[in-house]
Design a binder for this molecule. Structure first.
Ligand SMILES: [Zn+2]
Ligand SMILES: [Zn+2]
Length: 114
């Protein structure tokens, strides 16, 4: 999480036309580009936290009984498995929900990348 050096508000991230991430202050208009190294760490941290949060909240029986299951490729088993899936609204309500998958064979959980 980054804060505006001018007014102290939380900076929002957005993409410019070239796919580079820009941090923007919605209050005073401050902008700066996110460095490549920083961007990688930032994204990985969010996804890691998110997956950990999801896996601690849900236990196996909940997932198996309430989530739809389909056959798809598991990156950990490296083969087709029965995988349960669900959607979560991860960020602001105007963004489309993120889909998560969980392999019923090995318990690996991952999100859908677009
Ligand atoms: Zn500001
Ligand atoms: Zn698996």
């Amino acid at each position: 999480m980054d804060f505006c050096p001018d007014c102290g508000k939380i900076l929002h991230t957005e993409k410019d036309g070239k796919g580079k991430t820009i941090l923007t202050c919605l209050k005073c208009g401050f902008k700066r580009a996110l460095e490549t190294d920083e961007q990688v760490t930032f994204t990985e941290k969010i996804e890691h936290d998110l997956v950990r949060e999801l896996t601690t909240v849900m236990n196996e029986s909940d997932i198996d009984s309430t989530k739809p299951i389909k056959e798809m490729y598991c990156p950990k088993c490296k083969s087709k498995q029965k995988v349960s899936f669900w959607q979560i609204q991860t960020r602001s309500a105007d963004e489309s929900p993120t889909r998560f998958f969980r392999c019923t064979a090995c318990g690996e959980t991952w999100r859908e990348y677009d």
